[in-house]
Design a protein around this ligand. Structure first.
Ligand code: OKP
Ligand code: ZN
Length: 344
């Protein structure tokens, strides 16, 4: 298995986020990557830097004006009166129903609202470089498969699956899973499946492929009636137009135990197999772990090799990209356990 990281990830280190009206330290922070890289190093697994530039494929999964904004956002923030590098920008107004999102406001904070689904995705000086490095890793992992590699894992952050065609959200800026899937399509894979096992629904990935039949999206996640991202991820979202029937959501109640979760994983894998995919992309969120501070499933350490083994049984060239997982001290071992179950 080839492993890619993005050394720039450490530069995406916003200080805090909002939780029930309070500022709390960011759950999604560089410590996560440090634990994953340490766990890989402890096992003697070599980790490489990206080999491919994702610029062209990014323009196929994200809107040009969103990419242009994100790339330049920190500079624009610093240019605002009263802003400085020690203060985090947050959106304060959003174009919800009846408001226009086709015209970019000149005001930076208003543009930030236009391009963000929540106030929970703070920017830092190094956000663009970190996110771009993660997308490059995803493109590189896809290219490794196209060169005959059986599997690849992106030990990267920030995560990507909440980032939609033209918005950031849920700690995500660029959709790494979508970059991997689109790179595989470009490289000749006629059909690709994206399987999202993060605790939170991958609304961004779903949105990017919702009208396409060539990329199947399947997700098991906490029921959006009670869990983030709240406004997408229901079972009745099955795809539109050409994509009708190529989106499968399996929402599960918070508190779901491992046996029921693995039953849902089995249903998800059966749909992936029926797609006749040439390659698989796994949005590997590890916040299904029982001790996760912001999620509600009960997976234990020994459930992660079982997850890896089930993915391996699909017998497809497989890219795994790290999404969530906020029990940082256990994140590295949990990730390695999935890889070990896959390779066993
Ligand atoms: C990202 B990924 C705390 C609320 C939680 C959203 C969670 C994003 C999860 N302020 N914020 O899917 O793991
Ligand atoms: Zn998550």
């Amino acid at each position: 298995m080839r492993i890619f990281s993005n050394p720039e990830q450490a530069g995406h280190n916003p200080r805090d986020e909002f939780f029930r009206g309070q500022r709390v330290p960011c759950f999604e922070n560089p410590t996560r990557a440090r634990y994953v890289l340490e766990a890989l190093a402890a096992r003697g697994v070599p980790v490489g830097s990206p080999t491919h530039d994702s610029t062209a494929v990014l323009a196929e999964v994200h809107a040009p004006r969103y990419l242009a904004f994100l790339q330049d956002a920190w500079r624009q923030w610093l240019a605002l009166d009263g802003a400085n590098a020690d203060v985090q920008p947050f959106p304060s107004v959003w174009p919800v129903r009846t408001l226009r999102s086709d015209v970019e406001p000149a005001n930076f904070i208003a543009r930030l609202g236009l391009y963000a689904m929540d106030n929970g995705s703070p920017l830092a000086a190094g956000t663009w470089a970190a996110a771009k490095g993660g997308a490059d890793a995803a493109a590189s992992a896809a290219h490794a498969l196209l060169s005959g590699e059986r599997a690849a894992f992106c030990a990267t952050r920030p995560p990507g699956h909440h980032a939609g065609p033209d918005f950031m959200g849920g700690y995500c800026f660029l959709n790494n899973a979508a970059v991997a899937a689109q790179t595989l399509r470009q490289g000749g894979a006629a059909r690709v499946a994206v399987l999202d096992v993060d605790y939170h629904h991958g609304n961004g990935t779903q949105a990017i492929f919702y009208r396409r039949a060539d990329v199947l999206f399947v997700s098991l996640h906490g029921d959006p009636r009670t869990e983030y991202p709240f406004y997408l991820g229901h079972a009745d979202e099955t795809g539109e137009g050409e994509g009708a029937g190529f989106n499968l959501n399996l929402p599960l109640p918070a508190g779901t135990r491992p046996d029921a979760w693995f039953d849902a994983l089995d249903a998800a894998c059966q749909r992936v197999a029926a797609h006749g995919a040439d390659a698989l992309v796994v949005s590997l969120g590890l916040d299904t772990f029982g001790a996760d501070p912001i999620a509600g499933f009960g997976l234990q350490a020994d459930d992660f090799p079982r997850l890896g083994a089930r993915l391996q049984r699909l017998a497809l060239p497989t890219v795994m990209v790290l999404e969530g997982g906020y029990a940082s001290a256990e994140l590295g071992d949990n990730a390695c356990h999935v890889l070990e179950g896959f390779e066993a």
